[in-house]
Design a protein around this ligand. Structure first.
Ligand SMILES: [Zn+2]
Length: 155
């Protein structure tokens, strides 16, 4: 089973399969408490999950309307009071699973991984600084004013 489906069904981290990914009904943790994988690296990463959930909700609404049309309930008074809340509830419930699926898909694409500790600062040795000072004196000089005048286009 792919890690996307596994994450969607279990609500566990796609990397270590131990840490829970949800903070609430719709909230996703920014980082797995078990392995340290960053689950929410970029807020824009959820745009795709939102679009998928919206398409699923729209498809569900169309199916519900067609079902009500086929059974003759669509034209009855108050049918919109059935359709709108049902679609909203479906959208909220499906968005949780779509987000879980999306985290698994991001893991499959290589975007869910723990952050590495920062690399140690590189301090140049005194010998390297001396070599740099010598090499800059040997660089050829360029006359900037002459170059600027030569590159100005004619009016
Ligand atoms: Zn984890």
């Amino acid at each position: 089973m792919s890690s996307s489906v596994m994450t969607m069904l279990t609500g566990r981290c796609p990397r270590c399969h131990e840490g829970h990914i949800y903070t609430s009904v719709l909230g996703i943790k920014t980082q797995c408490e078990s392995c340290g994988a960053v689950l929410m690296r970029d807020p824009g990463a959820w745009t795709g999950a939102t679009a998928v959930a919206y398409m699923m909700g729209s498809g569900f609404a169309v199916c519900l309307i067609l079902f009500m049309l086929a059974t003759g309930r669509l034209m009855q008074e108050g049918s919109e009071l059935i359709i709108a809340p049902t679609v909203v509830v479906f959208q909220l419930v499906s968005f949780r699973f779509v987000k879980g699926f999306w985290v698994g898909m991001l893991f499959d694409m290589g975007y869910v991984y723990p952050d590495e500790p920062p690399a140690p600062a590189i301090v140049p040795s005194p010998d390297a600084v001396a070599v740099d000072a010598e090499s800059t004196e040997a660089l050829p000089t360029v006359d900037i004013a002459a170059d600027a005048g030569a590159s100005t286009p004619p009016v």
